[in-house]
Design a protein around this ligand. Structure first.
Ligand SMILES: [Zn+2]
Length: 331
């Protein structure tokens, strides 16, 4: 075995440096989980004014804050010209950065249930990504997809544990958070803040409320399971008649070719071969037909500016196989 005496050392050494706090940028995920952080309300600002910033702010090599969003903000507010930072060269993957960000927040603040639910959504997505990476690209599709739903259940349990909620509670809270975002997006801020308040007091009660609210207007577009389709995905489900028309056209062609093959002029038509080809075309169309609102992100695929739902590739809906392969507890 040959050991090289001098290999190129990867740049994973974290470095202590100084920065003007105004050069530092907030991480967008911090905002989506914890919201706008007002450092003045809890004595934090006064503390920084009195004692200065005690701990290094952790940042990426591109000056994005990983840990220390409130310290950055306090430093800017107080006009502190320089802060000590630790440049985290060891975190190269976005998922690792987000995980470190969440982890640092868990240690320094009391989080509301809403914040825990938002952490849960991110950690779960990260765990699903990692599960896929573990499985790699090899193996048969069926094995991979069966593995994926096991991974997905595992990811739920891992994520719930990490944020300190029971898995079923985390799932319910996550659904309520989706409803809060949907209400906010549609301009119903009253409903959003009411749900938020209930969620932070009682997850089960908030979850019951959104279930009561779900069966809404009679003209609402729903997927194959009766789940209301979010606005962004409505066009896809309204195109269903086109898919139906294509499928019946394929069936019709199949029948015409069969009829022809049974006659003298069709003596050279190889119906059995053509039948297989057409059935493949039919299957391809069938599996690309809009079937369900994505059970993983419930039609809200953009979790943050840096993370989109992997299961539906960011479109918010999917075909039959997406639904069939999703774990039961998401359905
Ligand atoms: Zn999705």
């Amino acid at each position: 075995m040959v050991f090289s005496t001098r290999t190129s050392i990867p740049k994973t050494q974290n470095q202590s440096e100084v920065r003007d706090p105004r050069e530092l940028k907030n991480h967008p995920v911090n905002q989506t989980i914890y919201g706008d952080m007002d450092a003045s309300g809890d004595g934090f600002l006064a503390d920084v004014a009195a004692r200065g910033i005690q701990q290094e702010i952790h940042i990426t090599p591109t000056n994005i804050v990983i840990a220390g969003h409130r310290r950055r903000r306090a430093a800017i507010t107080l006009g502190i010209p320089e802060v000590r930072v630790l440049v985290r060269h060891d975190l190269t993957e976005e998922n690792d950065i987000i995980e470190a960000l969440i982890c640092s927040n868990q240690h320094v603040r009391e989080r509301t249930t809403e914040q825990k639910a938002r952490e849960f959504d991110h950690i779960r997505r990260i765990e699903i990504d990692r599960g896929k990476q573990r499985m790699g690209d090899g193996g048969k599709d069926t094995v991979k997809t069966a593995g994926l739903s096991i991974e997905s259940r595992k990811s739920r349990n891992v994520a719930a544990k990490q944020v300190g909620l029971a898995p079923s509670t985390a799932t319910k809270a996550s659904e309520v958070v989706s409803a809060i975002d949907a209400a906010e997006e549609s301009g119903d801020t009253g409903k959003a803040s009411e749900l938020r308040e209930t969620l932070n007091k009682n997850v089960t009660e908030a979850h019951r409320q959104i279930q009561e609210n779900t069966p809404a207007k009679p003209d609402q577009v729903v997927d194959a399971n009766g789940v209301p389709v979010p606005k962004k995905a409505v066009a896809a489900f309204e195109a269903l008649p086109r898919y139906t028309a294509i499928k019946s056209a394929i069936s019709k062609i199949k029948k015409e070719i069969y009829d022809l093959s049974q006659t003298e002029p069709g003596a050279l038509v190889r119906y059995n071969r053509i039948k297989i080809d057409l059935e493949n075309v039919y299957r391809s169309v069938r599996f690309s037909t809009p079937y369900c609102v994505c059970p993983y992100c419930r039609g809200r695929p953009v979790l943050s500016r840096v993370a989109t739902c992997d299961a539906c590739k960011g479109i918010g809906w999917g075909g039959e196989s997406l639904y069939d392969n999703a774990p039961e507890e998401l359905k």
